[in-house]
Design a protein around this ligand. Structure first.
Ligand code: NZQ
Ligand code: ZN
Length: 388
């Protein structure tokens, strides 16, 4: 097992009606900015519950953080915080709102061009001067409620870039599984597939001796396969909802990646598809993931076969056959989850996508991705072309 440090300071508060605890969680006398998205929180009662719980606090609101949050929008909130002397931010929403708040938190005291936070991948280590924030999660998918990473799009240049660092963990996250009742089916499907792929990125590499991490990963995958199709149809079933939400958090709160190699190339390529064609994040992963496993088959086949046997109960004759079948099972599952696994089924005029993605990677110096750094630009080209 590789050496690791496990640091996760998030006070994770799970269950029904937990939003009432906000008054104890937000620092006393803090001036609070409530940040939210396009308005779903006004329709499902979350805004009302939050403002009720924060009665007595001085509150300012900032709405309009879009899915795949835009740097340009977030900078307006940065300005507002500077003008209004805000002490604490409360992100109320899905991954986009929470990620947006992580960026805002980092940018307020950042000297210089805030776009550099993204372009130069500035790391905000513990102790960095940031605005503290908490979250009220409304969409299980990204794990952003319990990790310190974020993804922000610079709309002007269509770049989708990451930021993070241990200063950017939420102070707390309130995670009430009943919030998924108001989610459109499409977002429920996205949540399951995003969480599933997060596990795959940290699991589907090469065999190693971190047995427990493998079992953690496999148990999350099996649970998502078991509950995914049903939770999409019955989001008001609390048993399904609570297990789904917990899977999504566990998939990307840092635990399963400790001591093991990880890949993340599916996400890196997928982010470009969102930046270019606005395809939902999870849907880009369902397109790219299986093709990446095919192109990188030789170096991933042992782990693919293990995944096939343990997660899909396969018992083919050889490593290759189990691995092949495991990829087929994954694609089948994504189809059951409502994904369309070709770029052309999700966007138009896509002929030059592979060249565009490769060019962007080249410009950023991303010449080698994946757990073995063997996903070269030629491989990226092949993966994207296979996805047309
Ligand atoms: O904006 P509102 O009106 O709130 O509507 C949202 C949005 O339209 C709606 N929604 C959220 N909760 C709802 C709801 N509608 C009804 N009822 C509710 N309870 O859902 C739509 C999508 O929301 P969004 O936050 O964009 O979705 P998601 O949570 O999937 O986040 C996606 C973003 O997270 C990034 C993605 O790249 C993308 O930008 N990621 C962040 C990661 C991280 N921080 O660790 C990792 C992920 O891999 C991912 O890259
Ligand atoms: Zn993701």
């Amino acid at each position: 097992m590789n050496n690791f440090e496990l640091y996760n300071p998030v006070n994770y508060i799970f269950g029904k009606d937990q939003v009432q605890k906000l008054a104890e969680l937000v620092p006393a006398n803090a001036k609070v900015l409530i940040a939210y998205g396009g308005g779903s929180i006004f329709k499902n009662g979350v805004h009302e519950a939050v403002t009720k719980a924060l009665k007595g606090f001085e509150v300012v609101e900032f709405g309009g953080i879009e899915p795949n949050p835009h740097f340009e929008t977030l900078m307006k909130a940065v300005q507002l915080i500077r003008e209004q002397n805000i002490d604490f931010i409360l992100a109320v929403g899905g991954g986009s709102v929470i990620d947006g708040v992580k960026f805002i938190s980092a940018a307020v005291h950042y000297d210089g061009d805030a776009a550099d936070i993204l372009r130069k991948r500035i790391l905000f280590k513990a102790g960095a001067k940031v605005i503290p924030f908490g979250t009220v999660l409304t969409l299980p998918a990204t794990g952003s409620e319990m990790n310190s990473g974020a993804v922000v799009t610079i709309a002007a240049t269509q770049e989708k870039l990451t930021l993070g660092g241990s200063a950017l963990f939420p102070k707390f996250s309130i995670v009430d599984p009943t919030v998924i009742i108001s989610l459109p089916k499409r977002q429920l499907q996205n949540g399951v597939v995003d969480a599933f792929t997060h596990v795959m990125e940290q699991y589907l590499t090469y065999p190693h001796e971190a047995f427990l991490q493998d079992r953690f990963a496999e148990s999350i995958l099996k649970t998502l396969i078991e509950i995914g199709p049903n939770v999409v149809e019955n989001p008001s079933d609390y048993i399904l909802a609570s297990n789904f939400v917990w899977c999504a958090t566990m998939a990307l709160n840092g635990l399963i990646q400790k001591g093991v190699p990880s890949d993340w190339a599916t996400h890196m390529i997928g982010h470009e598809l969102t930046a270019l064609y606005q395809i939902d994040h999870a849907r880009t992963l369902a397109i790219i993931g299986p093709n990446l496993y095919k192109v990188m088959f030789e170096t991933k086949k042992e782990k693919l076969a293990q995944y096939g046997k343990r997660v899909w109960n396969l018992s083919e004759n050889s490593v290759e056959e189990n691995a092949q079948k495991a990829i087929e099972k994954t694609i089948e599952f994504f189809h059951i989850m409502g994904m369309k696994t070709k770029i052309s089924e999700n966007a138009e005029n896509i002929e030059n996508t592979a060249e565009m993605v490769v060019k962007r990677f080249q410009e950023r110096g991303w010449n080698a991705l994946g757990e073995r750094q063997n996903i070269t630009l030629e491989k990226v080209q092949e993966i994207v072309e296979m996805s047309y």
